[in-house]
Design a protein around this ligand. Structure first.
Ligand code: SF4
Length: 439
C-alpha cells in the first residue's frame, strides 16, 4: 500500500497536461498568436488533430467537460458546418506542411452527431490534411452506441474507441446521473471487436458518491473480465461552484480524502495484478497495447488528452474550447459554441486565450513531462534554489523520490504524489520550498 500523506494530497497542483498550465492562459494571446504558430509549422512536421463535439444526448451530473444537451438538429448542423469551415481555414494556412499522424474526436460525445456526419468529418480531415492512414480515435458514449455506430466506426477506419464507464455499480450510476448496465457495455465492446476495432479504452472513476472499496473492486471484476486495452482511473473532482450540474450530486455521499486515497491504491493494485502496466499516475495498459509498448521504450508523452504514445509536437484543436499546442504557444478556442460559430462564420481563427512559451517554459515543460511519463527528470535547475532544494529533501526523506546524480527518480511510493513532485519545476505556483511540502 502507498504511504498516506494528507498534506501532500491536499496541495492544489495542476494536472500538468501542459506547462505552463491552463491557469496561466490569458486573453492577450489568441487568434494572432495562433496564426503565427500555424505559419511557423515547418514542412514535414508531424501533426495531430483533435475535433471537439460539445454535445451529448444526455448530460451526466458529474461531468466537467465543455458540453451541452444535443437538442435541436439545426444547432448541431450549424456547429458541424463551422467545424468544417475551421478545418478548411487552418488547412489552407498550413498549405500541406504538416504530416498528419493522428485524429482524435472528443467532447462531449462524438456519437451525439449523426453517423453520416461523422464519416463526412473524417473524410474531410483526411482529404484536407492529406492523411496517409492516420490513427483515428473516438470517445463514445455507450448509451448511444448503436449497431449503426459500430459499423460507422469500422467503415471510417477508427482504430481506438474510448468508453466513459466510471462505475458498474447501479447505486453509483444513479447517484451520478449515468445509467448504463454492464450488458450495454459488453454489447458495445462485442460489436466493435467483431468489426475489427480491438483497441478499446475505459474511463473509470474513484471518489464517486456512495463508492466503497468493495464497489470499486466489483467494478474492476467486470473490467478484468472484459479486458479493455487501456484504462484511465481518475479521481472524481467535485467542483459544483465551477460546474453547476454537479450540484445534483450529494456531497455528503462522497468518500473522504483518506477513503479516496485508499480507492486509488486498491484500484492500482488490482489492475496491476490483472496484468495491466501502470503508466504515469492514472493510466493502465495491457502489455501489447501501444501505450505500454511506448512506456517500455521510454516514449510516453503527456498532452491535453492525458498520457499518450503520440510523438507529435504540434497538436491542432478544432471546435469550441479545443486547445492547439505548438512548441512555443498554447491557444484555446472560444468556449461558447454559439460565439465560436460566429467567429468562424466571419472567416477568423477561433483562438481566444492562451500563452506563449519561452525557452525556460519549454525546458520546464520537458522536465515535468519526463518526470510524469518516465518517473525520472534532471533536477539540475533546482539545485541552486534553496527553497526548491528544501522541498526536494523533504520528498526524499519521505521516500517518494531518490537522487541519482543530478536526476530525481520517483519511487513506487511516490506514484500518487507525482504531480506534487512535478510541481517542484513549476514557477507559476505561489510558494515553493522550505515548509511548503512539510508534514
Ligand atoms: S457523456 Fe461524457 S461528456 Fe457527455 S455529459 Fe456524460 S460525461 Fe460529460
Amino acid at each position: 500500500m502507498w504511504p498516506y500523506f494528507p498534506d501532500l494530497l491536499a496541495r492544489p497542483v495542476p494536472r500538468y497536461t501542459s506547462y505552463p498550465p491552463a491557469t496561466q492562459f490569458t486573453e492577450k494571446v489568441g487568434a494572432d498568436a495562433q496564426a503565427k504558430a500555424l505559419n511557423a509549422v515547418v514542412s514535414g512536421t508531424p501533426i495531430s488533430l483533435y475535433a471537439h463535439i460539445p454535445y451529448c444526448q444526455s448530460i451526466c451530473w458529474y461531468c466537467g467537460c465543455n458540453t451541452g444537451a444535443a437538442g435541436r438538429t439545426q444547432r448541431l448542423h450549424a456547429y458541424l458546418e463551422a467545424l468544417e469551415a475551421e478545418m478548411a481555414m487552418v488547412a489552407k494556412m498550413l498549405g500541406g506542411r504538416g504530416k498528419l499522424q493522428r485524429i482524435a474526436f472528443g467532447g462531449g460525445s462524438p456519437n451525439a452527431i449523426e453517423p453520416i456526419a461523422f464519416v463526412r468529418l473524417v473524410d474531410r480531415l483526411v482529404t484536407m490534411y492529406a492523411g496517409n492512414n492516420p490513427d483515428i480515435s473516438v470517445e463514445i458514449d455507450p448509451r448511444a452506441c448503436s449497431l449503426e455506430w459500430a459499423m460507422t466506426l469500422a467503415v471510417a477506419q477508427v482504430s481506438r474507441v474510448s468508453f466513459g464507464v466510471q462505475s458498474f455499480e447501479p447505486e453509483i450510476q444513479a447517484a451520478i446521473g449515468r445509467i448504463q448496465p454492464v450488458e450495454m457495455i459488453e454489447t458495445c465492446m462485442a460489436s466493435l471487436r467483431a468489426r475489427g476495432i480491438k483497441a478499446i479504452n475505459f474511463d473509470l472513476m474513484y471518489g464517486l458518491p456512495h463508492q466503497t472499496n468493495e464497489s470499486l473492486l466489483g467494478t474492476l471484476d467486470h473490467v478484468a473480465r472484459m479486458r479493455p486495452s487501456r484504462i484511465a482511473l481518475f479521481g472524481y473532482a467535485h467542483l459544483p461552484h465551477i460546474f453547476p450540474r454537479q450540484k445534483r450530486i450529494d456531497t455528503a455521499a462522497l468518500p473522504g480524502i483518506e477513503a479516496r486515497f485508499e480507492q486509488a491504491a486498491i484500484g492500482y493494485e488490482r489492475l496491476v495484478s490483472e496484468g495491466y502496466v501502470p503508466i504515469g499516475f492514472d493510466h493502465f495498459a495491457l502489455p501489447d497495447d501501444s501505450l505500454a509498448i511506448a512506456a517500455a521504450e521510454g516514449k510516453v508523452r503527456r498532452n491535453f488528452q492525458g498520457f499518450t504514445e503520440d510523438q507529435s509536437d504540434v497538436l491542432i484543436g478544432f471546435g469550441a474550447s479545443a486547445i492547439s499546442q505548438f512548441p512555443d504557444a498554447i491557444i484555446q478556442n472560444e468556449k461558447n459554441p454559439g460565439a465560436y460559430r460566429e467567429i468562424v462564420g466571419a472567416h477568423q481563427l477561433a483562438g481566444k486565450r492562451g500563452l506563449i512559451r519561452d525557452t525556460e517554459d519549454q525546458l520546464r515543460a520537458h522536465l515535468i513531462e519526463q518526470l510524469l511519463c518516465t518517473g525520472r527528470a534532471d533536477a539540475t535547475c533546482l539545485l541552486n534554489d534553496p527553497a526548491a532544494l528544501a522541498s526536494l529533501r523533504q520528498l526524499e526523506e519521505r521516500r517518494l523520490i531518490i537522487r541519482d546524480g543530478n536526476d530525481i527518480v520517483m519511487t513506487e511510493a511516490g506514484r500518487p504524489y507525482a504531480r506534487v513532485v512535478a510541481a517542484l519545476f513549476d514557477t507559476t505556483l505561489p510558494v515553493m520550498g522550505t515548509g511548503s511540502l512539510a508534514a
